[in-house]
Design a protein around this ligand. Structure first.
Ligand code: F6R
Length: 612
C-alpha cells in the first residue's frame, strides 16, 4: 500500500526522501514522488514506475530544500500515472500533500470545491485535500503557523475515510504538519532533524526514537521540535518510544532476498517470541494480561479474527486453545466478520492477529467487537501499531521487521505465541492436563528443530525446478495439516502466480478430484499420526490418476510411492505446523526464483493493507 516519508532537518532532503522511499518499496506501489520547499516555492518531482526512476527526472539533482515530503502510490482512485502520483498541490501551488488512505467522500468534496472555482488535474481522492486546506487558509484571519494548523484541521474535519497526511506550505519552510486517522504514520526524532514514515524500518537507520501518533492528533514539526495537538488543537505532550529493532535487521544481510532471509530467521524469531514467557518448570506468564480463572471460565466463546496468513495462524491457534483449554473458538476473516453482525457480547474474547498491526479490516473488526462489549486482545509484530492502540490488551511477537510481502517468520511467531497463550489459559483455568508439561518442553526444543528443518527443506529446490512451469498445484491435508496446506497454497500463489488450491484431503471425492489429471502436481502434508492412513489413501487416489506428488511428513512413509518426500523432524502435534510450513515456504520461494520473479515484491500485493 502507499508509503509516506518526510524529512525536516539541516541536510538536503531529496536524497533522504528517495532513500526512505526505497526502503518502503516492499509495501507495494506503482508510482513515486517527492516535493521539497525550495527558495522559489514548492518543487514537485513524480512519475509512474520505480522509485529509482526519480533520479532521472529533470532538476532532481538541483534541489536544495531541507524539508520535504515523499510518497509511493498504490493506485486506488485513478490509474497509475504521473498526474495521479503524489505529492499533490493545490491550484495556487502553495500547499503540498502526500496521503495514505482513502477519502470516501471525495466526489462530494470535489464538486463543492469545483463550485468554488477549484480545478482538478488528477483522478485521485487526494487532490481535494491541498485544495481544501487552501480554501480554509484563505478564510483564516491569522496568516501564521496557527492559521496553517487551523486550516489543516478544518480540512480534516470534512474528510470521511482514512488518512495519514504530510503537509508542507511554501510560506513555512521551517515547518511541516502531519496528522493521521486509521492509517499508519510514525515520527522519528533525530538531532536537529525529524523523520516521518509509514513504518519504522524505513527510517530505522536514522533513529531508534519514535513518536507514535494517535488518530486525529496533529503535529507541527520543526527541525528540533515536535509539537503535538489533540483533535481540538489543544497542545499535548508526547514522549518518544525507543525501538529495539536494529537497522541491520531491516537489511538483507547477504541473502539474495528478504523472504529467504526471513525464512532463515525463524529459529531466532521463535526463541525471541517465546522469550521469558515460558520455562520448563514454572507457570507460563503474560505480564500484559490479568485474566483470572473466573474470567476465563465465563468466556462463552473466543473469536480469532485476521486476514490472510495471520488468519491461517489463527486456525492453528484455534486447534491449540480448543485442545488444551476446551473453550469454543471460532476463526473468521476480518472482512467477513465485520459485516455479518457476529454473535458477540461481553462474555466473548476476541483475538485479532496482524503482523503489521495496520490492516484496515482487522482494525475495523476490533472496533466493532469493542462496541459490542467483547474484550479485545491484539497480537502484532509492530510496537505501537494502530491495532495496539485500539485493543484492551496487546501481545507482541518478536519476529523483528518483516520486509518481504509474503509473510513467513511472522506466521510461525504468531503460531508459537498461540501455543504459549493456550498454555497460559490452561494453567490459569487449572486444567488438569499432563500434556502441558511435554508441550512446554517441546516448545523450548523447537528452535533447534526449525534449524534442522531448514537444512532438510533445501531438498525441495529440485522438485521446484521440475514443476515451476505448472499452471495449477493442489495442496492437501487433514486436521492441523489442512491449515498448513492452506498457508502453503497461499504462499505459492502470492509469489509464483501459479494457481494453487488447498483442500481438506477428505473433501477430494466431493468435487476437486475431477480436476486431477495426468501430470498434475499435488502437495500433501502428512504429520498427524492419527489421520495418517486416511491422508495417505487420499494421496494414493491422486497418484492413481497420474499426479506428481511432493509430501511433507514426519511419519514413516514409503518414499518410493511419491516423487519427493521431505522428512521433517517429529514434534508435538500442536506445533507441527511450525515445522511443516518451512519446506512449503521454500518450495514457493524456489519456484518464484526459477520463474525469475521478484519474490519480495509480488505484483498487486502490499505488505500493509491499510485500506479496506
Ligand atoms: C501473506 C500475507 C498476507 C497478510 C495479510 C494480513 O503472505 O502476508 O496474507 O498475512 O494481509 O496482514 P497483517 O498480518 O499485517 O494484518
Amino acid at each position: 500500500m502507499c508509503g509516506i516519508v518526510g524529512y525536516i532537518g539541516t541536510q538536503k532532503a531529496s536524497p533522504i526522501l528517495i532513500n526512505g522511499l526505497i526502503r518502503l518499496e516492499y509495501r507495494g506501489y506503482d508510482s513515486a514522488g517527492i516535493s521539497t520547499i525550495e527558495k522559489e516555492g514548492l518543487s514537485i518531482m513524480k512519475d509512474q514506475g520505480r522509485v529509482k526512476n526519480l533520479y532521472s527526472l529533470d532538476g532532481i539533482n538541483n534541489l536544495e530544500g531541507t524539508i520535504g515530503i515523499a510518497h509511493t502510490r498504490w493506485a486506488t482512485h485513478g490509474k497509475p500515472s504521473k498526474e495521479n502520483s503524489h505529492p499533490h498541490l493545490d491550484n495556487s501551488k502553495t500547499f503540498g500533500v502526500v496521503h495514505n488512505g482513502i477519502i470516501e467522500n471525495y466526489n462530494e468534496l470535489r464538486e463543492n470545491l469545483n463550485k468554488k472555482g477549484y480545478t482538478f488535474y488528477s483522478e485521485t481522492d487526494t487532490e481535494v485535500i491541498p485544495n481544501l486546506i487552501h480554501y480554509y487558509y484563505t478564510k483564516e484571519a491569522k496568516k501564521d503557523l496557527s492559521g496553517f494548523l487551523q486550516a489543516v484541521k478544518n480540512a480534516c474535519s470534512e474528510l470521511k475515510g482514512s488518512f495519514a497526511l504530510e503537509i508542507i506550505c511554501k510560506h513555512y519552510p521551517d515547518n511541516m504538519i502531519v496528522v493521521r486517522k486509521d492509517s499508519p504514520l510514525v515520527i522519528g526524532k533525530g538531532e536537529n532533524e525529524n523523520y516521518i514514515s509509514s513504518d519504522i524500518p524505513a527510517i530505522l537507520s536514522f533513529t531508534k526514537n519514535f513518536y507514535l501518533i494517535n488518530d486525529l492528533e496533529y503535529c507541527i514539526l520543526s527541525r528540533n521540535n515536535a509539537q503535538f495537538y489533540d483533535k481540538d488543537l489543544n497542545p499535548i505532550k508526547k514522549e518518544t518510544k525507543s525501538i529495539e529493532w536494529n537497522a541491520s535487521s531491516a537489511e538483507k544481510d547477504g541473502f539474495e532476498d528478504y523472504m529467504l532471509k526471513e525464512i532463515y530467521e525463524q529459529p531466532i524469531a521463535i526463541r525471541e517470541t517465546v522469550g521469558a514467557r515460558l520455562f520448563e518448570n514454572s507457570k507460563c506468564t503474560f505480564d500484559e494480561l490479568n485474566f483470572t480463572k473466573e474470567y476465563l471460565k465465563n468466556i462463552n466463546k473466543i473469536y480469532i479474527v485476521a486476514c490472510g496468513t495471520a488468519m491461517h495462524a489463527g486456525l492453528v491457534g484455534k486447534n491449540m486453545i480448543e485442545k488444551l483449554c476446551r473453550i469454543q473458538t471460532e476463526v473468521d476473516v476480518a472482512s467477513e466478520f465485520r459485516y455479518r453482525n457476529p454473535l458477540i457480547d461481553e462474555k466473548t474474547l476476541c483475538i485479532f492477529i496482524s503482523q503489521s498491526g495496520e490492516t484496515a479490516d482487522t482494525i475495523a473488526a476490533l472496533k466493532l467487537s469493542k462496541e459490542k462489549g467483547a474484550k479485545t486482545l491484539a497480537i502484532t509484530n509492530v510496537i505501537g501499531s494502530s491495532i495496539t492502540r485500539e485493543a484492551d490488551y496487546s501481545l507482541y511477537t518478536h519476529a523483528g521487521p518483516e520486509i518481504a510481502v509474503a509473510s513467513t517468520k511472522a506466521y510461525t511467531s504468531q503460531v508459537i505465541l498461540f501455543a504459549t497463550l493456550s498454555i497460559y489459559f490452561a494453567e490459569t483455568l487449572e486444567v488438569n492436563n499432563s500434556s502441558i508439561a511435554t508441550l512446554k518442553n517441546d516448545i523450548l526444543e523447537l528452535p533447534k528443530k526449525i534449524e534442522d528443518t531448514l537444512k532438510i527443506s533445501e531438498n525441495v529446490k529440485d522438485f521446484a525446478k521440475q514443476v515451476y512451469q505448472e499452471k495449477d498445484i493442489f495442496f492437501l491435508g487433514r486436521g492441523i495439516d489442512e491449515t498448513v496446506a492452506r498457508e502453503g497454497s497461499l504462499k505459492l500463489k502470492e509469489i509464483s502466480y501459479i494457481h494453487a488450491e488447498s483442500y481438506p484431503a477428505g473433501e477430494l471425492k466431493h468435487g476437486p478430484i475431477a480436476l486431477i489429471e495426468n501430470g498434475i502436481t499435488v502437495v500433501g502434508v502428512v504429520t498427524d499420526k492419527d489421520l495418517l492412513e486416511k491422508s495417505v489413501s487420499n494421496i494414493q487416489e491422486v497418484i492413481t490418476r497420474g499426479a506428481k506428488t511432493l509430501i511433507i511428513t514426519n511419519q514413516n512413509l514409503d518414499d518410493k510411492m511419491f516423487n519427493e518426500v521431505i522428512n521433517i523432524p517429529c514434534t508435538n502435534s500442536l506445533l507441527s505446523p511450525i515445522l511443516s510450513i518451512i519446506p512449503l515456504q521454500l518450495f514457493s520461494y524456489y519456484i518464484a526464483k526459477e520463474k525469475g520473479l521478484d519474490v519480495d515484491k509480488p505484483r498487486n500485493l502490499a505488505k500493509s493493507v491499510t485500506v479496506e
